[in-house]
Design a protein around this ligand. Structure first.
Ligand SMILES: [Zn+2]
Ligand SMILES: [Zn+2]
Length: 276
Protein backbone atom coordinates (compact mmCIF):
# COMPACT_ATOMS: atom_id res chain seq x y z
CA UNK A 1 0.00 0.00 0.00
CA UNK A 2 1.16 3.49 -0.88
CA UNK A 3 0.90 7.11 0.20
CA UNK A 4 1.25 9.98 -2.27
CA UNK A 5 3.05 12.47 -0.01
CA UNK A 6 2.50 15.49 -2.30
CA UNK A 7 -0.30 16.30 -4.72
CA UNK A 8 -2.51 19.25 -5.65
CA UNK A 9 -6.03 17.83 -5.90
CA UNK A 10 -7.44 21.32 -5.29
CA UNK A 11 -6.21 22.43 -8.72
CA UNK A 12 -9.15 22.63 -11.16
CA UNK A 13 -7.97 19.94 -13.61
CA UNK A 14 -7.90 17.37 -10.77
CA UNK A 15 -10.77 18.74 -8.66
CA UNK A 16 -13.10 18.23 -11.65
CA UNK A 17 -12.19 14.52 -11.85
CA UNK A 18 -12.20 13.76 -8.15
CA UNK A 19 -14.50 10.68 -8.07
CA UNK A 20 -12.46 8.96 -10.81
CA UNK A 21 -9.19 9.98 -9.15
CA UNK A 22 -10.24 8.52 -5.80
CA UNK A 23 -11.38 5.31 -7.49
CA UNK A 24 -8.05 5.01 -9.33
CA UNK A 25 -6.28 5.46 -6.00
CA UNK A 26 -8.25 2.58 -4.48
CA UNK A 27 -7.60 0.37 -7.52
CA UNK A 28 -3.85 1.07 -7.29
CA UNK A 29 -3.76 0.61 -3.49
CA UNK A 30 -2.72 4.23 -2.97
CA UNK A 31 -4.57 4.50 0.28
CA UNK A 32 -3.77 8.07 1.32
CA UNK A 33 -2.64 11.34 -0.29
CA UNK A 34 -1.48 14.67 1.11
CA UNK A 35 -3.11 17.67 -0.55
CA UNK A 36 -0.53 20.44 -0.49
CA UNK A 37 -1.55 24.07 -0.05
CA UNK A 38 0.14 26.77 -2.18
CA UNK A 39 -1.73 29.97 -1.18
CA UNK A 40 -3.80 31.04 1.81
CA UNK A 41 -6.57 31.88 -0.65
CA UNK A 42 -6.63 28.20 -1.62
CA UNK A 43 -6.40 26.78 1.90
CA UNK A 44 -10.14 26.31 2.54
CA UNK A 45 -10.52 24.31 -0.69
CA UNK A 46 -7.53 22.12 0.19
CA UNK A 47 -8.75 21.52 3.71
CA UNK A 48 -12.28 20.82 2.56
CA UNK A 49 -11.01 17.97 0.37
CA UNK A 50 -9.47 16.42 3.45
CA UNK A 51 -12.61 16.98 5.50
CA UNK A 52 -14.77 15.30 2.87
CA UNK A 53 -12.52 12.34 2.10
CA UNK A 54 -11.03 10.12 4.76
CA UNK A 55 -8.00 9.21 2.64
CA UNK A 56 -6.98 12.82 2.00
CA UNK A 57 -5.00 15.11 4.32
CA UNK A 58 -3.94 18.75 4.05
CA UNK A 59 -1.08 21.17 4.67
CA UNK A 60 -1.03 24.95 5.03
CA UNK A 61 1.51 27.22 3.36
CA UNK A 62 2.36 29.63 0.56
CA UNK A 63 4.55 28.42 -2.32
CA UNK A 64 7.64 30.58 -2.96
CA UNK A 65 6.59 31.13 -6.59
CA UNK A 66 3.30 32.75 -5.66
CA UNK A 67 3.46 36.54 -5.85
CA UNK A 68 0.62 39.01 -5.44
CA UNK A 69 -1.11 36.69 -2.97
CA UNK A 70 -1.90 37.08 0.71
CA UNK A 71 1.37 37.09 2.65
CA UNK A 72 1.30 34.53 5.48
CA UNK A 73 2.11 35.67 9.01
CA UNK A 74 3.42 33.20 11.57
CA UNK A 75 0.15 33.62 13.49
CA UNK A 76 -2.00 32.84 10.45
CA UNK A 77 0.00 29.70 9.69
CA UNK A 78 -0.20 28.52 13.30
CA UNK A 79 -3.91 29.29 13.48
CA UNK A 80 -4.78 27.44 10.25
CA UNK A 81 -2.54 24.51 11.21
CA UNK A 82 -4.89 23.81 14.13
CA UNK A 83 -7.64 22.72 11.73
CA UNK A 84 -8.43 19.06 12.14
CA UNK A 85 -6.96 17.64 8.95
CA UNK A 86 -3.72 19.64 8.69
CA UNK A 87 -0.59 17.49 8.97
CA UNK A 88 2.20 19.83 7.83
CA UNK A 89 3.41 23.34 6.98
CA UNK A 90 4.11 24.15 3.31
CA UNK A 91 4.82 24.01 0.62
CA UNK A 92 7.46 26.58 1.35
CA UNK A 93 11.10 27.18 0.51
CA UNK A 94 12.95 29.10 -2.18
CA UNK A 95 12.67 29.16 -5.96
CA UNK A 96 15.14 31.26 -7.92
CA UNK A 97 14.18 29.71 -11.26
CA UNK A 98 12.01 32.61 -12.37
CA UNK A 99 14.24 35.51 -11.39
CA UNK A 100 13.74 37.33 -14.69
CA UNK A 101 15.31 40.76 -14.35
CA UNK A 102 15.75 40.42 -10.60
CA UNK A 103 18.89 39.70 -8.62
CA UNK A 104 19.12 37.36 -5.62
CA UNK A 105 19.06 40.43 -3.38
CA UNK A 106 15.58 41.22 -4.73
CA UNK A 107 14.31 37.87 -3.43
CA UNK A 108 14.53 38.75 0.25
CA UNK A 109 10.72 38.54 0.42
CA UNK A 110 10.93 34.83 -0.45
CA UNK A 111 13.54 34.21 2.22
CA UNK A 112 11.43 36.11 4.78
CA UNK A 113 8.37 34.08 3.85
CA UNK A 114 10.37 30.87 4.23
CA UNK A 115 11.62 31.97 7.68
CA UNK A 116 8.04 32.52 8.84
CA UNK A 117 7.03 29.03 7.72
CA UNK A 118 9.98 27.51 9.62
CA UNK A 119 9.03 29.44 12.73
CA UNK A 120 5.40 28.30 12.47
CA UNK A 121 6.53 24.69 11.98
CA UNK A 122 8.65 24.82 15.13
CA UNK A 123 5.90 26.46 17.17
CA UNK A 124 3.47 23.71 16.16
CA UNK A 125 6.03 20.88 15.87
CA UNK A 126 4.64 20.10 12.42
CA UNK A 127 6.85 18.94 9.54
CA UNK A 128 7.82 21.32 6.73
CA UNK A 129 7.17 20.50 3.08
CA UNK A 130 10.11 22.16 1.36
CA UNK A 131 10.31 23.22 -2.26
CA UNK A 132 13.73 24.30 -3.50
CA UNK A 133 14.74 25.12 -7.06
CA UNK A 134 18.01 26.79 -8.13
CA UNK A 135 18.33 27.81 -4.49
CA UNK A 136 19.67 24.86 -2.52
CA UNK A 137 22.48 26.68 -0.68
CA UNK A 138 20.18 29.46 0.58
CA UNK A 139 17.49 26.91 1.44
CA UNK A 140 19.93 24.90 3.54
CA UNK A 141 21.48 28.01 5.11
CA UNK A 142 18.11 29.40 6.19
CA UNK A 143 17.07 26.02 7.56
CA UNK A 144 20.31 25.94 9.56
CA UNK A 145 19.72 29.45 10.92
CA UNK A 146 16.02 29.23 11.68
CA UNK A 147 15.57 25.53 12.32
CA UNK A 148 17.12 25.40 15.78
CA UNK A 149 20.28 23.62 14.60
CA UNK A 150 22.57 26.36 15.91
CA UNK A 151 23.88 25.26 19.34
CA UNK A 152 23.17 28.81 20.58
CA UNK A 153 19.49 28.58 19.67
CA UNK A 154 17.71 29.86 22.75
CA UNK A 155 14.09 29.54 21.63
CA UNK A 156 13.44 26.28 23.44
CA UNK A 157 11.38 25.20 20.43
CA UNK A 158 11.67 21.76 18.81
CA UNK A 159 14.03 21.45 15.84
CA UNK A 160 12.57 22.02 12.40
CA UNK A 161 11.87 18.74 10.60
CA UNK A 162 10.33 17.86 7.27
CA UNK A 163 10.86 16.74 3.70
CA UNK A 164 12.58 18.12 0.62
CA UNK A 165 9.84 17.44 -1.89
CA UNK A 166 10.26 16.59 -5.60
CA UNK A 167 13.98 16.24 -5.07
CA UNK A 168 16.14 17.10 -8.10
CA UNK A 169 19.33 18.23 -6.35
CA UNK A 170 22.77 16.61 -6.04
CA UNK A 171 24.05 13.95 -3.64
CA UNK A 172 25.77 16.74 -1.66
CA UNK A 173 22.48 18.58 -1.13
CA UNK A 174 20.77 15.31 -0.21
CA UNK A 175 23.51 14.60 2.32
CA UNK A 176 23.12 18.06 3.87
CA UNK A 177 19.34 17.62 4.11
CA UNK A 178 19.75 14.16 5.66
CA UNK A 179 22.26 15.58 8.17
CA UNK A 180 19.54 17.99 9.32
CA UNK A 181 17.24 14.99 9.83
CA UNK A 182 15.08 15.72 6.80
CA UNK A 183 13.45 13.20 4.47
CA UNK A 184 13.84 13.22 0.68
CA UNK A 185 10.83 12.77 -1.57
CA UNK A 186 11.11 11.46 -5.13
CA UNK A 187 8.59 12.25 -7.85
CA UNK A 188 7.92 10.93 -11.36
CA UNK A 189 11.09 12.68 -12.51
CA UNK A 190 12.87 9.57 -11.20
CA UNK A 191 11.35 7.61 -14.12
CA UNK A 192 12.46 10.06 -16.83
CA UNK A 193 15.01 8.78 -19.31
CA UNK A 194 17.36 11.75 -18.76
CA UNK A 195 17.31 11.46 -14.95
CA UNK A 196 20.36 9.20 -14.49
CA UNK A 197 21.92 11.59 -11.97
CA UNK A 198 18.77 11.68 -9.88
CA UNK A 199 18.69 7.88 -9.86
CA UNK A 200 22.22 8.03 -8.41
CA UNK A 201 20.89 10.30 -5.66
CA UNK A 202 18.03 7.86 -5.01
CA UNK A 203 20.56 5.05 -4.68
CA UNK A 204 22.41 7.16 -2.11
CA UNK A 205 19.47 8.18 0.11
CA UNK A 206 18.78 5.47 2.74
CA UNK A 207 15.41 3.81 2.22
CA UNK A 208 14.28 4.82 5.72
CA UNK A 209 14.53 8.49 4.65
CA UNK A 210 12.76 8.19 1.27
CA UNK A 211 9.23 9.36 0.54
CA UNK A 212 7.37 9.13 -2.78
CA UNK A 213 5.01 11.63 -4.39
CA UNK A 214 3.37 12.59 -7.67
CA UNK A 215 3.27 16.41 -7.38
CA UNK A 216 0.19 15.90 -9.55
CA UNK A 217 -1.17 17.40 -11.77
CA UNK A 218 2.45 17.93 -12.85
CA UNK A 219 5.27 15.53 -13.73
CA UNK A 220 3.39 12.41 -14.80
CA UNK A 221 5.79 9.44 -14.60
CA UNK A 222 6.71 7.09 -17.43
CA UNK A 223 4.57 5.50 -18.98
CA UNK A 224 2.09 8.39 -18.62
CA UNK A 225 4.42 11.29 -19.50
CA UNK A 226 2.69 14.34 -20.89
CA UNK A 227 -0.69 13.49 -19.32
CA UNK A 228 -2.34 15.05 -16.27
CA UNK A 229 -0.71 13.29 -13.34
CA UNK A 230 -2.74 11.76 -10.46
CA UNK A 231 -2.00 10.14 -7.07
CA UNK A 232 -2.61 6.58 -8.35
CA UNK A 233 0.53 6.89 -10.45
CA UNK A 234 2.79 7.20 -7.43
CA UNK A 235 3.11 3.42 -7.85
CA UNK A 236 5.38 4.07 -10.86
CA UNK A 237 7.66 6.19 -8.67
CA UNK A 238 7.78 3.38 -6.11
CA UNK A 239 8.58 0.84 -8.83
CA UNK A 240 11.44 2.98 -10.13
CA UNK A 241 12.81 3.53 -6.63
CA UNK A 242 12.66 -0.24 -6.05
CA UNK A 243 14.50 -0.89 -9.34
CA UNK A 244 17.16 1.70 -8.56
CA UNK A 245 17.76 0.23 -5.11
CA UNK A 246 17.47 -3.40 -6.23
CA UNK A 247 14.63 -4.04 -3.79
CA UNK A 248 11.21 -5.65 -4.08
CA UNK A 249 8.37 -3.25 -4.80
CA UNK A 250 6.55 -4.32 -1.63
CA UNK A 251 9.57 -3.39 0.48
CA UNK A 252 9.65 0.12 -0.97
CA UNK A 253 5.87 0.52 -0.69
CA UNK A 254 5.92 -0.48 2.96
CA UNK A 255 8.98 1.58 3.89
CA UNK A 256 7.82 4.79 2.21
CA UNK A 257 4.39 4.43 3.82
CA UNK A 258 5.97 3.95 7.23
CA UNK A 259 8.35 6.90 6.64
CA UNK A 260 5.46 9.18 5.70
CA UNK A 261 3.63 8.19 8.89
CA UNK A 262 6.78 8.73 10.93
CA UNK A 263 7.24 12.27 9.56
CA UNK A 264 3.60 13.39 9.38
CA UNK A 265 2.71 12.32 12.88
CA UNK A 266 -0.83 13.72 12.67
CA UNK A 267 -1.67 11.58 9.68
CA UNK A 268 -4.52 9.21 10.51
CA UNK A 269 -4.67 5.54 9.47
CA UNK A 270 -5.73 4.42 6.01
CA UNK A 271 -9.55 4.20 5.72
CA UNK A 272 -9.63 0.36 5.41
CA UNK A 273 -7.30 -0.10 8.37
CA UNK A 274 -9.51 2.19 10.43
CA UNK A 275 -12.54 0.03 9.62
CA UNK A 276 -11.12 -3.19 11.05
ZN1 LIG B 1 6.97 22.24 -5.17
ZN1 LIG C 1 3.71 20.97 -5.13
Amino acid sequence: MYIDSHCHLSFPELRAQLPEILQSMRDARVERALCICTTLEEFDRVHELALMHEQLWATVGVHPDNEGVQEPTVDALVELSRRGRVVGIGETGLDYYRLGERTLADMEWQRERFRRHIHAARLTDLPLVIHTRNASSDTLAILQEEGGFDPHDATGLPLARGVFHCFTESVEVARAALDLGFFISFSGILTFRNAAELREVARFVPLERCLIETDSPYLAPVPHRGRTNQPAWVTHVAAELAAVKGLALEVVAEATTRNTERLFTRLGPAPEAAAC
